[in-house]
Ligand binder design. Structure first.
Ligand code: FBP
Length: 564
């Protein structure tokens, strides 16, 4: 085993004991609740998943000690990294060892491909202890291989059989848990004795519903970005000469941007879901930004911050139509992938695009057009992280301001800097909230496995309460499924949670954004994540979660500026 050099924080953090629901203090059993239905398209989902459809919700409750034969369990980290993955593994490890010290845990290397190609390592106490409470997925690595072909399922089953593995925990986002659902159904239908359990991970915050209040990693990632935004805001209000355009990760939703706005009070915050609902064009977005810049300039405030969700482009209706057609062209034309240069690829798609979409495509700067025709990810999604929307917005805003200057309606000096925050937060040391939550998810998964369940995702509810009051359970994957178009075909997938425009977090932004846009001193500087110290500094759950789930917020949970 490689030796690991550790920072002082990592050494101190290694001895942190994650907190968990009180049920895990004793023996645990499972109570079955009501039967479930999928979120929509019920007859189609039932037909595709006849064996796992309709299973009941599960709650973990105190139980009696049971003797159980030793189990071998495999774990996979799937998709983008998220803080807390290592603690899911430590919770699973501790949970399995508590049930029977002979239980063994194996980690498949490099994501789902490790399962298919039988690349694995045993996760012993020594290995796991090295990674407790650390960020990253480096204990076994992650990957984006899509598990969807029968040969992959069979090859995986062969590998598991050789290692006597009877259960798999797949830690991933909506796409990975969709694959886990398909795998669970397949193994049940074929009488292959491998259970498949999922765990909700997503810094993007979009794998959530009534029982998954928030996926893990969102809290830590947003706190890292909010710290950086706060630092930039302090720099901006010190030098008073730059507008900072800050794009934030969140491939298909704006939860991260909204959470960071609630934590840092930027001057402008774009929410993709709102832009789509209002059917705004790119020009409308530019006018909105320009109006605020001009207003602030007239007040002598030549600086500010703009938060931009990573996936903005896909929500601007004309761009959405263009990207949908590009997705089809890229998916259906194998000769496209053989083209060698960006220019050839641009010319190729121009030939094939509908005239309206072609017009939009032609109007884009070459760099952006190239980014839109990059390879799709294995799930058929356009890869939005390389699309530099922030640069495009700066360019367009700059042009518009120059026009206004020429007309004499703007007299300021627009100087802008651009930033993209995503990778900075995905492997950060998990907050206390994420460390506790993920450890509890791991322990929950151990019980679901020991109780012979398959086709379930581990859940922890009541997350805004103290961790001892959290409720552990399981929800059938099929409960989250609906039919959606993917790579040109209708497929069963877990429904993503979008920012709700009638939800309290967005309403809070709506209520305050004008004030944040105009005032001189509304910025909040959240500062770095704290791991040791007073609970109101170290243990705050995400604002989004508090607003969505708490009837009344306690004083430390309120927005700081409301108190002073
Ligand atoms: P998951 O959906 O797998 O959780 O990953 C989300 C994400 O972090 C997005 O926010 C981002 O667009 C994407 O991953 C980047 O992917 P990659 O790691 O392949 O560059």
């Amino acid at each position: 085993m490689k030796t690991m050099k550790k920072s002082f924080l990592e050494i101190a953090r290694a001895s942190y004991k994650p907190r968990f629901p009180v049920v895990f203090e004793g023996e645990v059993t499972i109570k079955e609740g009501d039967a479930t239905e999928s979120v929509s398209d019920r007859s189609e989902i039932k037909e595709i998943f006849p064996t796992t459809y309709g299973m009941p919700l599960l709650t973990l409750i105190p139980g009696e000690k049971k003797e159980s034969a030793p189990l071998n369990v495999g774990v996979i980290l799937s998709g983008g990294q998220a803080p807390g993955g290592h603690n899911v593994i430590s919770g699973l490890f501790d949970g399995l060892k508590r049930l029977n010290p002979e239980n063994k845990l194996y980690g498949f290397l490099g994501g789902p491909s490790g399962l298919v190609d039988h690349q694995f390592m045993e996760l012993t106490a020594k290995v796991v202890d090295n990674y407790r409470n650390t960020g990253g997925f480096d204990i076994i690595g992650s990957g984006r291989t899509k598990l969807e072909e029968e040969w992959q399922f069979m090859k995986s089953a062969d590998g598991c059989k050789k290692m006597n593995i009877s259960a798999l925990l797949i830690i991933g986002g909506d796409d990975s848990n969709t694959n886990a659902c398909v795998l669970a159904e397949y193994y049940l239908q074929k009488n292959i004795p491998i259970q498949v359990i999922g765990c909700p991970k997503a810094i993007d915050g979009d794998l959530k519903n009534e029982l998954i209040e928030i996926p893990f990693g969102f809290d830590t990632a947003c706190k890292v970005y909010s710290e950086l935004i706060g630092n930039i805001q302090r720099d901006a209000s010190s030098s008073r000469k730059y507008w900072h355009f800050i794009r934030l990760m969140g491939q298909s939703t704006s939860h991260i941007t909204l959470e960071c706005a609630l934590q840092s009070h930027p001057n402008i915050c774009l929410i993709s879901e709102e832009i789509e609902a209002k059917n705004m064009t790119l020009d409308d977005v530019i006018e909105y930004i320009v109006k605020i810049i001009v207003f602030r300039s007239n007040e002598g405030l030549e600086y500010g911050t703009v938060l931009i969700p990573e996936g903005l482009f896909e929500f601007i209706p004309v761009m959405k139509r263009l990207i949908a057609e590009l997705n089809e062209i890229v998916a259906e034309n194998t000769d496209f992938t053989e083209l060698n240069s960006d220019e050839e690829r641009r010319e190729y798609v121009k030939e094939m695009l509908h005239p309206e979409n072609c017009k939009v495509f032609r109007s884009l700067p070459k760099g952006i057009a190239n980014q839109l025709i990059l390879d799709r990810d294995p799930h058929g999604n356009v890869q939005v992280s390389p699309i530099e929307t922030e640069k495009l917005l700066i360019e367009m805003v700059g042009k518009r301001l120059a026009q206004l200057k020429a007309e004499g309606t703007y007299k300021g000096n627009f100087s802008a800097l651009h930033h993209f925050f995503g990778y900075e937060g995905r492997c950060a040391t998990p907050t206390n909230f994420d460390a506790d939550y993920t450890y509890s998810l791991g322990k929950t998964a151990a019980i679901l496995i020991a109780e012979g369940k398959t086709g379930y995702i581990a859940t922890i509810a009541h997350l805004t309460k103290p961790s001892s009051n959290w409720v552990a359970g399981g929800m059938p994957f099929t409960r989250m499924m609906n039919m959606e178009q993917r790579s040109g075909r209708m497929k069963p997938v877990i429904r993503k949670a979008m920012v709700r425009l009638d939800g309290k977090p967005f309403k809070m932004l709506e209520q305050y954004r004008e004030k944040w846009a105009c005032d001189m001193s509304d910025f909040i500087y959240p500062g770095p994540i704290q791991y040791f110290g007073p609970t109101e500094v170290c243990d705050q759950p995400p604002r989004t979660l508090l607003l969505e789930h708490e009837e009344e917020l306690t004083v430390p949970q309120l927005l700081v500026d409301e108190l002073v």
